[in-house]
Ligand binder design. Structure first.
Ligand SMILES: [Fe+2]
Length: 437
């Protein structure tokens, strides 16, 4: 890669800043390796199966993230002839209509070929080409291509989270409820959490969104703009399993007055009576599946795997509401981006500590907001196929904030906008309450 003297000399001759090039190359290697480490404990059978249309096989994630670099970086700059896995341009295109036709999303699990080994070779071949390309770019190319490589790396981190959530969903369908990895969270678990408090924020004009600077951000975080907020309060921590069980025991899933109409329909059609992965065992109470296997519900842990509809109904039952995304961002803007991310290895939300102030804003679970996913004032998608990355999904979805226990720490920030349809539950999604002060 770029960390040897010969490479440094090559970069120096090209007139490019070798430090910057080395940093990007090192980042590329780190992100690609992190994806592969997530797969270390999987068996070959685990790579292929698709448990539902929303989820993808691990093999497909590995290939699609590679296709992204091949398509938008190498082919986009005339540096590949698609000679490694030519059929990949059709099989591993996710939703980029401007690139061309693609294999049906709900049939990704039928792709027993190319094999896992062939996909692995495809990754290695594209990594080699990427390494060669990063050696050879001149300054003009660098300024055009480095941002696309950054986008590809952040895209791959999004798929790292999806690998975990999709494997979790897949393993949960297996009667054996196999463990993906041994848990390390028991030692971190507090038996009790501090009582829910309220942290108040003054009315005023707040700066929302990302100001373009050296730090990477997605286009949906821009433009930065001002927004007036009335005085509001946010819950001092996430809603716990014990609090959510109180909602369940009070008939929360059987009281239509608590639910949005679409939510009531989704709950009835889906047979919901608890968060996803919860199972009632006669004599054993509620248990749930996590990536370490089945275990009993811990009262102090944040409730997880609830839909927007459930979060909204819970908030109404609790005489509160969900925060808007602007309220969430105003509260998070000056906090350190610290929390229980994938880097901790826990792979499950953990209970809140007893420190003062607003806690658990980052990590643990994505927090549903009451905000529909919509463009910020003045938003313009990028030209060309990369403009399909975010903008075309700004309809019928809700914004989530803060990252989860499956999100890489280096991937998240206060302005980050995740989004999912309101009935989805397989991501690590939870609840923070808000109210008018
Ligand atoms: Fe993707």
């Amino acid at each position: 890669m770029l960390d040897n003297p010969e490479t440094t000399n090559t970069l120096a001759r090209s007139g490019r800043n070798p430090t910057r090039a080395q940093e990007l190359s090192a980042e590329y290697h780190a992100v690609r390796s992190a994806t592969e480490r997530l797969c270390e404990d999987l068996s070959i059978e685990d790579f292929v199966v698709q448990s539902m249309p929303d989820a993808s096989p691990v093999k497909w994630h590995l290939a699609h993230t590679t296709w992204f670099f091949e398509t938008f970086v190498l082919a986009g700059s005339g540096r590949t002839h698609r000679d490694v896995l030519p059929e990949g341009s059709y099989l591993f295109n996710s939703y980029y209509n401007l690139i061309g036709p693609m294999h049906a999303r709900d049939k990704r699990g039928l792709l027993t070929r190319p094999t896992v080994n062939e996909v692995s070779s495809y990754r290695a071949a594209i990594d080699l080409k990427m390494g060669e390309m990063m050696h050879s770019l001149d300054d003009k190319d660098w300024h055009q291509i480095a941002p696309v490589i950054q986008l590809g790396l952040n895209h791959e981190q999004q798929h790292q989270e999806l690998i975990l959530t999709d494997v979790k969903h897949l393993f949960a369908q297996n009667p054996l409820r196999p463990a993906y990895r041994n848990a390390t969270n028991q030692a971190l678990l507090a038996a009790e959490v501090p009582p829910l408090g309220w942290v108040e924020f003054e009315e005023g004009i707040y700066h929302i969104g990302h100001t373009r600077n050296e730090e990477f951000c997605f286009d949906n975080e821009m433009p930065a703009h001002r927004q007036f907020l009335e005085r509001f309060s946010l819950g001092s921590r996430l809603v716990t399993n014990a609090e959510y069980m109180a909602f369940m025991e009070d008939g929360g899933y059987e009281r239509p007055e608590l639910w949005l109409a679409a939510g009531w329909d989704a709950a009835k059609q889906g047979g919901w009576n608890a968060p996803l992965y919860w199972e009632w065992r006669d004599g054993g109470g509620w248990r749930s599946y996590d990536l370490s296997g089945m275990r009993r519900i811990e009262n102090a842990e944040p409730v997880c795997h609830v839909s927007y509809f459930e979060a909204d109904a819970y908030a109404r039952w609790a005489d509160a509401r969900l925060p808007s995304e602007a309220e969430w961002e105003a509260a998070a803007a000056h906090l350190a981006c610290e929390g229980n991310f994938v880097d901790s290895g826990v792979l499950h939300p953990v209970s809140c500590d007893a420190l003062p102030g607003i806690r658990q804003m980052f990590g643990d679970v994505w927090e549903w907001t009451a905000s529909s996913y919509a463009p910020y004032p003045g938003y313009k998608p990028a030209p060309g196929a990369l403009g399909e990355y975010n903008g075309k999904f700004m309809c019928n979805q809700y914004v989530l904030r803060g990252g989860s226990c499956a999100t890489p720490r280096s991937h998240i920030r206060a302005t980050y906008r995740n989004f999912f349809p309101p009935d989805k539950r397989w991501q690590f999604t939870g609840i923070r309450l808000a109210k008018n002060s």
